[in-house]
Design a protein around this ligand. Structure first.
Ligand SMILES: [Mg+2]
Ligand SMILES: [Zn+2]
Length: 187
């Protein structure tokens, strides 16, 4: 069983772009590659877990989500970094696309994506971390017993001001590279 760092995508691993629907709008932070490589080198499984309700809402094609993740993989590989698994929820209870209209178990704050990653990649969830910019990221992490780190990028500054009684983060930091730095100091 391995320790993992399970990263939110939009606003955490890459810039928040509303509903990301074109590669031209996919922007890495200056530290994204370094952050992921440091986690790889420390022996963490690195997972991306992302709500992509833009698919359900008819704003994003599911094929584009795969394309975006392939693009991220290539950029990371060029810098010697690697994501071990991408998990996304395409659903929404009020979806305009009927095929995706459901109350699923994978839209964060539900923990379905994290459970799926744990089963696929032999992750020890209580010894793992979740990093995200929204309350739903922290809640999903809390639901599986992982420690949560809130970043101030994306919606993080707004999230920091909101009460988080059910999922208080273990740490609040400016961005992903600081989150990685904090995580590496915990072991
Ligand atoms: Mg986010
Ligand atoms: Zn879902």
């Amino acid at each position: 069983m391995k320790r993992a760092v399970m990263l939110d995508r939009d606003g955490t691993l890459i810039e928040e772009a509303g509903y990301l629907d074109r590669l031209e709008r996919l922007v890495f932070f200056p530290y994204t590659v370094d952050a992921v490589r440091l986690l790889n080198q420390a022996g963490f499984v690195v997972v991306v877990a992302t709500n992509q309700s833009g698919i359900a809402r008819g704003l994003v094609e599911e094929a584009f989500v795969h394309e975006a993740h392939e693009h991220i993989t290539a950029r990371l590989a060029a810098g010697g970094a690697r994501v071990d698994g991408y998990y996304y929820c395409p659903h929404h209870p009020d979806a305009v696309r009927e095929a995706y209209r459901q109350r699923c178990d994978c839209r964060k704050p539900a923990p379905g994506l994290l459970h799926r990653a744990a089963a696929d990649l032999q992750i020890d969830l209580p010894r793992s971390f979740v990093v995200g910019d929204r309350l739903q990221d922290l809640e999903a992490g809390a639901a599986v017993g992982a420690r949560g780190v809130l970043v101030r990028t994306g919606y993080g500054r707004l999230t920091e001001k909101a009460p988080q009684p059910d999922a208080p983060p273990a740490a609040v930091v400016d961005n992903l590279i600081e989150a990685v730095s904090w995580i590496l100091r915990q072991s």
